[in-house]
Design a protein around this ligand. Structure first.
Ligand code: SF4
Length: 236
């Protein structure tokens, strides 16, 4: 499999777990704000699933996070990693941009993953502009949410709010679409690490403005959190 990086131990990538994180290389989107773009397209090692797993800190980690790039572009690699994790009774979280529902549906039906974190980037008419990807993304996102709900797999939908390119109507549209997810999180935009120079100039919202977005989402989704750079705030 093509791997861009491994974090042996993380306390922030899988809620309530100390997890090992593997970043699989390459992506089928091109988001100007991507913090990993150089990393996932240039820093690529070929490794077997066993080599990946053995390089993790299995003494302290009690869960596996498979992230990217877009992991579902390497479905066999993801499946192998999940199987190794399951042999150790590790729960598995998969981060995805939602472009390959068939891969996720298979993993879900085979009980190989326990948590899906699905990026819903913006309202659907802006996908082309923000990510360079458009193909039926609305339908794909709904398919993934529905598959997870059917099999009892925890599904988090998450949006990074980009001021200037997005507004409150994006949050209204997204939260209406993802209303059945277990958790909807809105994340503060990190301009400092954006891939595109143009997007490095965009200023993030204040924490108060982020909370206002959270309240809009809360009108449609039961569980909403706002992630600032230092806090995770549950919206009441
Ligand atoms: S989907 Fe994620 S990894 Fe891919 S370009 Fe966008 S932000 Fe980067």
């Amino acid at each position: 499999m093509k791997v861009s990086g491994i974090v042996e131990l993380s306390t922030i990538d899988y809620p309530k777990h100390a997890s090992a994180v593997v970043f699989l290389a390459e992506c089928n989107m091109y988001c100007g704000y991507c913090q990993n773009y150089e990393f996932i397209t240039k820093n690529i090692s070929e490794m077997s699933a066993k080599e990946v797993f053995e390089s993790m800190d299995l003494m302290f980690a009690d869960a596996l996070v498979i992230s990217g790039g877009e992991p579902t572009l390497q479905p066999e690699a993801v499946k192998e990693l999940c199987k190794l994790a399951k042999e150790k009774n590790f729960p598995v979280k998969l981060d995805t941009n939602g472009t390959n529902p068939e891969v996720i549906k298979k993993l879900v039906s085979e009980k190989l993953i326990d948590y899906v974190a699905l990026d819903v980037k913006c309202s659907f008419e802006k996908y082309g502009q923000i990510t360079g990807y458009t193909t039926k993304i609305n339908e794909k996102i709904l398919e993934i949410i529905s598959a997870c709900k059917k099999e009892g797999i925890f599904i988090e939908c998450r949006t990074t709010f980009i001021p200037g390119l997005m507004d409150k109507l994006d949050i209204t549209e997204i939260s209406k679409t993802v209303k059945d997810c277990d958790l909807y999180s809105i994340q503060k935009y990190d301009s400092e690490h954006a891939h595109s120079e143009e997007m490095q100039k965009i200023k993030p919202l204040s924490d108060v403005e982020m909370m206002e977005l959270g309240k809009i989402a809360k009108e449609h989704v039961k569980n909403v959190i706002v992630r600032t750079f230092v806090n995770e705030i549950s919206i009441k």
